[in-house]
Design a protein around this ligand. Structure first.
Ligand SMILES: NC(=O)c1ccc[n+]([C@@H]2O[C@H](COP(=O)([O-])OP(=O)(O)OC[C@H]3O[C@@H](n4cnc5c(N)ncnc54)[C@H](OP(=O)(O)O)[C@@H]3O)[C@@H](O)[C@H]2O)c1
Length: 226
């Protein structure tokens, strides 16, 4: 697969290297070619570096790591994004005292509104950077969930596959509207990891347990609540 990284900071560099290790063709983009070429040199595995425009042109799948900046402010033209899978791993800035406001519209929905011809997929925003260092081994033994939401089922499937290749357990999290929930989960996670000092290696994992053999507690009765 041809993958373009739009801005090769921490997330872009890490995911780009991991996908290149899996045999994908990766093009790192940045505001300056020099910076992106340096990232590609560090990454190896035949990766290339250049401008964000070049990365966007190169990739069939794009990772968009610029939080809160309209793609029109990053690329010369957003037409290049037409039909492309645009992965959004972004989270809102952490507010003072972790006093998060409710998420009424997700970053991913805003991105999709800005580039309606792209196939936006929310993913990877609940994965702290340090965890990528464990991918794909030994990560695959730890059932780390990547919550994936998108309106385009094929685009979602492609990103779930890209997550699985890195050792994650992708969870189909429904349509892009649910990015509100996933971004909220990342807010809770960052509160726990940073404020509560759980550390960067604590991650949400959805587990499916074996059903209980007995219902000694009475089982689930119809609720009397509305
Ligand atoms: N770090 C984590 O642990 C983590 C985990 C999950 C999700 N996330 C989310 O992922 C996103 C990226 O995080 P990160 O850690 O990769 O951040 P980062 O290292 O600061 O990288 C962000 C990149 O954005 C680019 N950039 C900043 N302002 C720009 C602008 N006005 N126009 C174009 N490019 C601009 C910079 O690109 P240049 O290279 O061109 O200077 C920089 O390399 C954030 O939304 C973050 O919340 C991060």
């Amino acid at each position: 697969m041809k993958i373009g990284i739009i801005s090769s900071g921490n997330m872009g560099r890490s995911l780009g290297i991991l996908w290149a290790e899996q045999g994908h063709q990766v093009f790192f983009g940045a505001r300056t070619s020099e910076k992106a070429k340096a990232v590609a040199e560090f990454a190896g595995h035949g990766t290339q570096g250049g401008t964000n425009d070049e990365a966007a042109t190169f990739g069939d799948v794009l990772l968009y790591t610029v939080r809160g900046v309209h793609p029109a402010g990053v690329l010369s033209s957003i037409d290049v994004l037409t039909g492309k899978i645009l992965i959004d791993p972004n989270n809102f800035e952490i507010p003072e005292d972790f006093d998060y406001p409710p998420i009424l519209k997700s970053l991913a929905e805003t991105l999709a509104e800005e580039v309606p011809n792209a196939r936006v997929v929310k993913a990877f925003n609940t994965i702290p950077l340090e965890v990528f260092e464990l991918a794909p081994e030994p990560l695959k033994d730890y059932n780390v969930s990547v919550f994936v939401a998108a309106d385009d089922p094929m685009a979602k499937q492609t990103v779930m596959q890209l997550a699985q290749e890195l050792g994650f357990s992708p969870i189909d999290s429904g349509t892009l509207r649910n990015a509100r929930l996933i971004e909220g989960l990342a807010d809770l996670e960052r509160f726990l990891l940073i404020h509560q000092k759980m550390g960067a290696y604590a991650v949400p994992s959805f587990n499916i347990l074996p059903p209980a053999q007995t219902q000694r507690l009475g089982g689930r009765q119809p609720s009397a609540l509305n």
